[in-house]
Design a protein around this ligand. Structure first.
Ligand code: AMP
Length: 406
C-alpha cells in the first residue's frame, strides 16, 4: 500500500511517499517560500539499492495548488530507470494523509476527509490562525487534483485527547472554556506518540505498562507525560506557544507581559504575536535560533548564548521534575527531534539537573551518536534515558492506513 503524506504550511509544503508494506520511503521533498519569486523546490527519490537522487530547483510557485501540481507531476514522472521505485506512483497510490495542526475538541482521532471534516477544520481556524488555513489549502488542492483517492486528516492535537481536565483547563472563568473553547490542547502529538511507541519497542515492554516523559526538542519543543500509553499532560497549551523555550518562541510567560508591552511600549496586538512566536526563544535571547549556531556563539565566549542554553535546559528540567510527580515515578526519559537526537551537550545539561531523581547518563553512550533508538543511561541510573529518531510523517502514514482500514 502506497501512502502520500502532505504537510502543508503557510509558505511551504513537505511531502513523503511511503510503501507501507515494507515501511520504506520512496520519495520525499519540500517546496519552500511559496508565493515568493524564489521558491525553492527539492525532490528526492530513493532507489532500491538504497541511494538517494536529489533535484533542487529555484522558480516561482504562486500558491499551494500550483505547488501540489508540481509534486504530483514529480510523482507521476519516470526516467524509465528500473531502479526508480516511485515511478508512476500516482497510479498505485492508495491514500493521502494530511497533517492538520489543530483539531480542537472535535477531532480526537484521524478523520477520513469529507465536506463535514473540512468544515470542522475551518471552524478551528480561530484557535490556530497561523496553521489551519495552510493545512486546509493543501487538503482542498489535493482533493481537486486527486478526487478519486481517500484522504485522511491526522491531527497534532489528537494524542492529547486523554488529558484530564485538571491538566487541560486554565484557571479562567468557566464560560471561556464552555463557550469559547479556551483550554490547553497540546501539539506535536504524532511525534510524542511515535517516540513513546519506539521507546516501548526498544525497552521490549508493553507501552501500557510504562511511565514515560517524551521530549520533542526541535525548532519547536514540547514535553509530554505518558502513563500506560495515555498522555496525561503536555507543555504546549491552547497554541504551540506555551511551555518550553523554543527556537523562536518564548514558551511560558506571565500573561501580564502582553499588557505591559501594549500599554508601555504601545505595541499592537499583531506585533506582540509576532514577537512572541517569531522573535523570541533562543533567537530573542542570543540572536540565532539554530541550536548549532547557539553553541558556536557560546564556544566563542558569547555570554548571551551561554545564558540562553542554560535557560533552555533549566526550563526542560523543571517540566521533567513536575511530570515525575504527575506520573508518580518515571521508567524512561525519551529525547527526540533535531536537538533531542543530535545534541549530546543539551541532553547532558538537562540530565545533570535531574540526578536528584536518579536520572544518570553514561557519558560515552551519550556521545556515541548511534543510529536508530539508543540507550544513554548509566548502569546506575534508576530511569532509562533513550534517544529515538523522530518520524512524524511515518506516524501520520500509519494513522492514515488505520483510518482507512477502519
Ligand atoms: P527539527 O525541528 O526537529 O528539524 O530540529 C531543528 C533543530 O535541531 C535546530 O535548532 C537545529 O539546530 C537542531 N539540530 C539539528 N542537528 C543538530 C546537531 N547535530 N546538533 C545540535 N543541534 C542540531
Amino acid at each position: 500500500m502506497r501512502v502520500l503524506i502532505i504537510n502543508s504550511g503557510s509558505s511551504s509544503i513537505k511531502f513523503r511517499l511511503y510503501d507501507m508494506e515494507q515501511e520504506t520511503l520512496l520519495a520525499s521533498g519540500a517546496l519552500e517560500r511559496i508565493g515568493e519569486v524564489n521558491t525553492r523546490s527539492i525532490y528526492r527519490e530513493y532507489t532500491a539499492s538504497g541511494n538517494m537522487q536529489e533535484q533542487i530547483a529555484h522558480s516561482p510557485v504562486t500558491d499551494h495548488t500550483a505547488g501540489l501540481k508540481q509534486i504530483v507531476a514529480f510523482l507521476q514522472s519516470s526516467d524509465g530507470s528500473t531502479h526508480s521505485r516511485k515511478s508512476d506512483s500516482m497510479k498505485s497510490l492508495h491514500a493521502i494523509g494530511h497533517r492538520v495542526v489543530h483539531g480542537g475538541e472535535t477531532f480526537q482521532a484521524p478523520a477520513l476527509i469529507d465536506e463535514g471534516v473540512i468544515e470542522g477544520i475551518r471552524e478551528m481556524i480561530p484557535l490556530a490562525p497561523l496553521h489551519n488555513p495552510a493545512n486546509l489549502a493543501g487538503i482542498e488542492a489535493m482533493r481537486r487534483l486527486c478526487p478519486q483517492l481517500p484522504q485522511v486528516a491526522v491531527f497534532d492535537t489528537a494524542f492529547f485527547r486523554t488529558l484530564p481536565p485538571h491538566a487541560y483547563r486554565y484557571a479562567l472563568p468557566n464560560e471561556l472554556y464552555h463557550r469559547h473553547h479556551v483550554r490547553r490542547y497540546g501539539f506535536h502529538g504524532t511525534s510524542h506518540q511515535h517516540a513513546a511507541g519506539q521507546a516501548a519497542d526498544y525497552l521490549q515492554q508493553p507501552l501500557k505498562k510504562l511511565r514515560l516523559i517524551t521530549l520533542h526538542l526541535g525548532n519547536g519543543a514540547s514535553a509530554a507525560a505518558i502513563r500506560d500509553g495515555i498522555c496525561i499532560d503536555t507543555s504546549m497549551g491552547m497554541t504551540p506557544l506555551e511551555g518550553l523555550i523554543m527556537g523562536t518562541r518564548c514558551g511560558d510567560l506571565d500573561p501580564s507581559v502582553h499588557f505591559y508591552l501594549a500599554r508601555t511600549l504601545g505595541m499592537e496586538f499583531d506585533k506582540i504575536e509576532t514577537l512572541l512566536n517569531h522573535d523570541s526563544g533562543m533567537k530573542g535571547l542570543c540572536g540565532v535560533n539554530d541550536m548549532r549556531e547557539v553553541h558556536r556563539l557560546a564556544s566563542e565566549g558569547n555570554e548571551q548564548a551561554r545564558l540562553a542554553i542554560d535557560m533552555y535546559c533549566y526550563r526542560i528540567s523543571k517540566y521533567v521534575g513536575a511530570y515525575c510527580v504527575t506520573l508518580g515515578g518515571l521508567d524512561a526519559l525519551v529525547f527526540t527531534a533535531g536537538i533531542g537526537e543530535n545534541d549530546s551537550f543539551i541532553r547532558q545539561s538537562v540530565c545533570n539537573r535531574l540526578s536528584v531523581l536518579g536520572i544518570l547518563l553514561d557519558h560515552k553512550r551519550n556521545q556515541s551518536g548511534a543510529s536508530g533508538a539508543f540507550d544513554i543511561s548509566s548502569e546506575r541510573s534508576k530511569v532509562k534515558v533513550l534517544v529515538v529518531p523522530a518520524n512524524e510523517e511515518l506516524e501520520i502514514a500509519y494513522q492514515t492506513v488505520s483510518a482507512i482500514n477502519r
